[in-house]
Design a protein around this ligand. Structure first.
Ligand code: SF4
Length: 394
């Protein structure tokens, strides 16, 4: 990523004096310390935090907001960690009600929705299913590429990659090479949750450890496979856990430069054990915390170019507001989202292009359709006409 251009912060908008030295660092392009990160998470001055994040975001991306036309495919919800990822509402045991595993024909039938939409990306994630090994996915990716050669495949979290490697008794590297040869283009950032061992022991005891998640992404980056990164917030983690997590992401990015985007994921408490234990239902996170996580991500992760808001989780209206809190990228049109709807998301499972354009324009921003690697596909002007197309970096 090129050096971050120096943003200019409007100091009149900062009401918390603790933000002033951080504003100085942001203007000088200095990296924030863990202490600065804690201050940003703790400040009551949400609008001041937004001012800082917006200044950094505008220096990088101007008024442009990108989105991609994508389709989610979740081939199996059967997962061996069903009992230990207590925040998960999606997974089932093999004989449990609602358990499913798609055949290849079912995956292909679902993928054919791409024929009637503008889909340029399949986002494919599922459970850790003992009957869905490396061959299941390599056959799937080959068949999808034959049928939809123009569609990019973003697939399999680090946790799934490690599971497939174990089943196939291959190294992570050889597993990634096999998947890439079959058609995998990039990887999503799920499965990261919160890296701190204490949090993981509480909410995802048997899941791939934080440093193992990092190692899978490092290996992918070394092979030239770009990936995203995430943090699941709003459950039992502390502010210090969040900063520790973000620091690990930032360190890997300094080493490899392989992350495309950071996506904070809001925990949803419906239909999962953790939500019952914490006696929470409905939306667990607050609008304040959702905006704060996005803004801190923009400021603390100074080497990750894009910050994405996931409207399915935090509502389209909050995502729209987030466009002034450091966010330059919105979850796309997204045909058939399942994972967060199982956890109580009350938003739609897909959004039409018109809806996305309306949200972005309503925030005074310029919509830009991108591909999975953030190249510009179409730029829209304020009236909805297609102004330009081309392979520039978004
Ligand atoms: S979060 Fe992922 S690994 Fe954990 S139970 Fe759910 S599907 Fe399985």
């Amino acid at each position: 990523m090129p050096a971050v251009p120096s943003p200019v912060v409007d100091r009149r908008r900062l009401s918390d004096p603790a933000l002033a030295p951080i504003a100085d660092k942001i203007e000088r392009g200095e990296r924030l310390t863990a202490g600065d990160g804690v201050t940003l998470f703790r400040t009551p001055d949400l609008l001041g935090l937004g001012t800082l994040a917006d200044a950094r975001n505008r220096a990088l991306h101007g008024h442009r907001v990108t989105f991609a036309a994508n389709q989610h495919i979740n081939p199996t919800n059967i997962c061996i960690l069903r009992k230990t990822c207590v925040f998960c509402s999606y997974a089932r045991l093999p004989k449990e009600d609602g358990a499913y595993r798609y055949t290849l024909d079912q995956v292909l039938a679902e993928s054919d929705e791409a024929n009637s939409t503008l889909t340029r990306e399949f986002h494919i994630v599922g459970g850790l299913d003992m009957q869905a090994g490396l061959d299941y996915y390599t056959e799937m990716f080959r068949a999808l590429k034959r049928r939809h050669p123009h569609v990019h495949i973003k697939a399999l979290t680090a946790v799934e990659i490690a599971h497939l490697a174990r089943l196939a008794r291959l190294s992570i590297r050889d597993t990634l090479v096999a998947l890439r040869e079959a058609g995998l283009d990039t990887m999503p950032g799920g499965g990261a949750e919160v890296f701190s061992p204490g949090v993981r022991a509480t909410i995802a005891d048997k899941k791939l450890a934080g440093d193992e998640w990092i190692a899978v992404h490092r290996q992918a980056h070394e092979l030239g496979i770009r990936t995203n990164c995430t943090m699941l917030y709003g459950h039992v983690e502390t502010i210090e856990d969040r900063i520790h997590h973000l620091s690990m992401l930032r360190d890997l990015q300094s080493e490899t430069g392989g992350f495309l985007a950071y996506i904070p994921l809001a925990y949803h408490p419906d239909n999962n054990e953790l939500g019952e234990t914490l006696h929470r239902t409905g939306t667990a996170t607050s609008a304040f915390d959702d905006l704060r996580n996005l803004a801190v991500g923009r400021l603390y992760l100074d080497n990750i170019p894009h910050v994405k808001t996931h409207w399915v989780m935090v509502t389209p209206f909050l995502s729209q507001t987030a466009l002034h809190f450091g966010v330059d990228d919105m979850e796309g049109t997204m045909v058939r989202e399942k994972v967060y709807h199982e956890a109580g998301a009350h938003t739609a499972q897909a959004m039409a292009l018109d809806g996305l354009l309306r949200l972005i324009r309503g925030a005074g921003k310029q919509p830009v359709e991108r591909d999975s690697l953030y190249h510009v596909v179409r730029t829209f002007d304020a009236d909805g006409a297609t102004a330009a197309a081309g392979p520039q970096a978004a």
